[in-house]
Design a protein around this ligand. Structure first.
Ligand code: 5GP
Ligand code: ZN
Length: 113
């Protein structure tokens, strides 16, 4: 997906401040952080959103959430963090490559806007 910014980051064709890349899953810092810690966890595989995930992605989805946990540990927020995925433009999705936002380092309000 040559015009997908996250595919371009995964391919090393666009810059990102990388936290880790285990081959299947990458974690990198959001370019416009909404919290002191704001990391995006993505699969290397292009899946447009959670709404597009299929039963054959079951293991990958688990791997992604464990990668969020790893990112929370590695950024020092494992004690309290929020995980968000926006699915669909009306839900706030702006990059149509599945990603989980890891937010931490401040008190979170509920419900989100
Ligand atoms: P969404 O709005 O789809 O839920 O989240 C997309 C996120 O990607 C936003 O928080 C936005 O700041 C971030 N983002 C967009 N383009 C880039 C980029 O080129 N590099 C990085 N590191 N983050 C990006
Ligand atoms: Zn993509």
């Amino acid at each position: 997906m040559e015009n997908c910014i996250f595919c371009r980051i995964a391919a090393g064709q666009a810059p990102a401040r990388m936290l880790f890349d285990d081959g299947e899953v990458l974690a990198f810092y959001d370019i416009a952080p909404r919290a002191p810690v704001h990391v995006l966890v993505i699969p290397r595989l292009h899946i447009p959103s959670l709404a597009h995930a299929q039963a054959n992605h079951r293991e990958l989805l688990g791997t992604l959430l464990l990668a969020v946990q790893r990112a929370a540990r590695e950024t020092g927020v494992a004690e309290a963090f929020r995980v968000v995925t926006n699915s669909g433009a009306a839900a706030g999705q702006s990059v149509f490559h599945l990603h989980f936002h890891l937010l931490g380092g401040r008190t979170m309000a509920w419900p989100p806007g």
